[in-house]
Design a protein. Structure first.
Length: 198
């Protein structure tokens, strides 16, 4: 089971296209092996979730390995420009860093599920083909519509552009809510009139 942060467009029928993916940066300078620098480098790809503990200990200085939450529907960047200038406005200083993805999961944009691509979607293969719409011709007229069952509503209210309310007439005795819901109940609950009075 995977847990995600709730978003306003959450729908349980569609699996999210966000997935954690491990990324390696080979040949990244050693002074950029910290969380802040790696989060800035990973920003075009997605949100940095974590850094490999081996990288934080600087045990493997030739590669930086990070876990990034990326959108599987977006195109994958093969390289990122890393600017190294400390002067604002001088963005030409820097280098191009190649990006290596490790085991990126597939995402099907037909059934909105992770684990397979559109080419291997089972739902796409089993969906019925669309039925062609027949155009009426003199030889092939459109059949009349089938009779439908009558509505259970005996006295439907006709549609009107506005609802007109009239003031209620005041009644001398208060209304009983039970008698409004069950009008025949008072008749059924009356005591039978006997011929003999005691």
């Amino acid at each position: 089971m995977r847990l995600f942060r709730w978003t306003p467009d959450f729908d349980p029928e569609y699996e999210t296209s966000l997935s954690p993916v491990w990324i390696s940066f080979f040949g990244l300078p050693l002074h950029m092996f910290n969380f802040h620098a790696l989060s800035l480098i990973c920003k075009p790809i997605g949100k940095l979730l974590g850094v490999d503990s081996v990288n934080l200990a600087k045990a493997k200085p030739h590669v930086a390995r990070v876990c990034v939450e990326m959108d599987l529907l977006q195109p994958r960047l093969k390289e990122i420009f890393v600017g190294t200038s400390e002067v604002v406005g001088d963005e030409d200083c820097g280098f191009v860093q190649p990006v290596v993805y490790e085991k990126v999961p597939f995402y099907c944009d037909y059934c909105w599920r992770q684990g397979h691509s559109l080419a291997r979607c089972r739902l796409k293969d089993f969906s019925p083909p669309p039925t062609p719409i027949k155009k009426p011709t003199p030889q092939n007229p459109i059949p009349p519509p089938k009779p439908t069952r009558p509505s259970r509503i005996l006295n439907p209210i006709p549609p009107s552009p506005s609802l007109i309310l009239s003031p209620m007439k005041s009644s001398p005795k208060p209304l009983n809510p039970i008698s409004l819901l069950f009008p025949n109940l008072s008749y059924m609950c009356q005591k039978p009139k006997s011929k003999f009075h005691l």
